[in-house]
Design a protein around this ligand. Structure first.
Ligand SMILES: O=C(O)CCC(=O)C(=O)O
Ligand SMILES: [Fe+2]
Length: 314
């Protein structure tokens, strides 16, 4: 059976019922009715392909190491170790564009600041995509709240008035059929929700109750999934499902995940629900035992996947 599908253009109660069921059964769903046009998605893909086709030296002009603690820019193939081993992908990190006068930047918060924009048409495409997916994510948090019997603004008022928003573009070179390794190793996402556009090549797989399911591309649909903080908040009822990527398409695959997460200084409090059983986790973490600000959880995670860079800039 494939992943569930949610149509965000339906009325509140219908969306909430569909989102709640999908978060409980798979922790993943396709999202349509999100308001992002095919033209916007096509432009983002074309601009991204043009960037990754540049010579490495040109891409390295916006290397993450040059982005300082804002944690933005390009990293080359093998630069990220999602699950302890180098991933077979390269990518660019973006985030909310914040100037030096923003209080979060002034306070010296890591992962907040200015983007490193490459020359050309990528910037407007990224800005349009981030705006559209962020809008859809706010709508989804309303639906999540309703699905849990909470006030519609439960997430907004506690966690996401000033969300942590990170956006990444990944390029997965084709992986030879029997090659070792993964485009992205098995992991769960860290925050509340991930919204991801992918090109037509596929390769994302999701682990549900021990079995790997494909999440093949559906034209115009985003793939959404629950992250660790939503799993923690719902005491395991909404699943942060492990997933990974193997690009066996023989083509260059692109994907566009936007991470819509609690504010950096938000402390996520579990709801008073009966705990759902969680099986063993890929990282052996205990989500019930997480304490402190979301930002600290996030920094602990990203420090592990970019060990060298952490020592250098964070
Ligand atoms: O590229 C994909 O399809 C998945 C990427 C992913 O899981 C992530 O960035 O967390
Ligand atoms: Fe992920």
């Amino acid at each position: 059976m494939g992943l569930p599908l949610v149509d965000l253009s339906k009325d509140d109660s219908e969306v909430a019922a569909a989102v709640g069921a999908a978060c409980r059964s798979h922790g993943f769903f396709y999202l349509v009715g999100h308001g992002l046009s095919d033209a916007l998605l096509d432009d983002l893909e074309a601009q991204s392909r043009a960037f990754f086709a540049l010579p490495e030296a040109e891409k390295l002009q916006i290397a993450m190491a040059n982005g300082g603690p804002a944690w933005r820019g390009f990293f080359p193939v093998g630069g990220e170790l999602t699950s302890g081993k180098p991933d077979l992908k390269e990518g660019i990190y973006f985030g909310e564009e914040l100037g030096p006068d923003d209080p979060r930047v002034k306070a010296g918060w890591p992962m907040h600041g200015a983007n490193q924009w490459p020359a050309g048409g990528l910037r407007p495409a990224v800005e349009a995509y981030m705006a559209g997916t962020t809008r859809a994510a706010h709508a989804l948090t309303r639906a999540l709240a309703i699905s849990l019997g909470l006030a519609p603004d439960y997430f907004l008022s506690r966690y996401t008035a000033q969300p942590t928003v990170l956006f990444r573009i990944f390029h997965y070179p084709p992986q030879p059929p029997n090659a070792d390794g993964f485009g992205v190793g098995e992991h769960t996402d860290y925050g509340f929700l991930t919204l991801l556009a992918q090109d037509r090549h596929g390769g994302l797989r999701i682990k549900v109750d021990g079995a790997w399911l494909d999440a093949p591309p559906i034209q115009g649909a985003l793939v959404c999934n629950v992250g660790d903080m939503l799993d923690r908040l719902t005491r395991g009822a909404y699943r942060s499902a492990p997933h990974r990527v193997i690009n066996s398409s023989g083509q260059d695959r692109l994907s566009f995940p936007l991470f819509f997460d609690p504010g950096f200084d938000a402390v996520v409090e579990p709801l008073s629900l009966e705990a759902a059983p969680r099986g063993p986790r890929w990282d052996e973490a205990d989500l019930d035992a997480v304490t402190g600000r979301y930002g600290d959880y996030l920094l602990g995670k990203v420090g592990k996947v970019f060990p060298g860079l952490k020592a250098q800039v964070l």
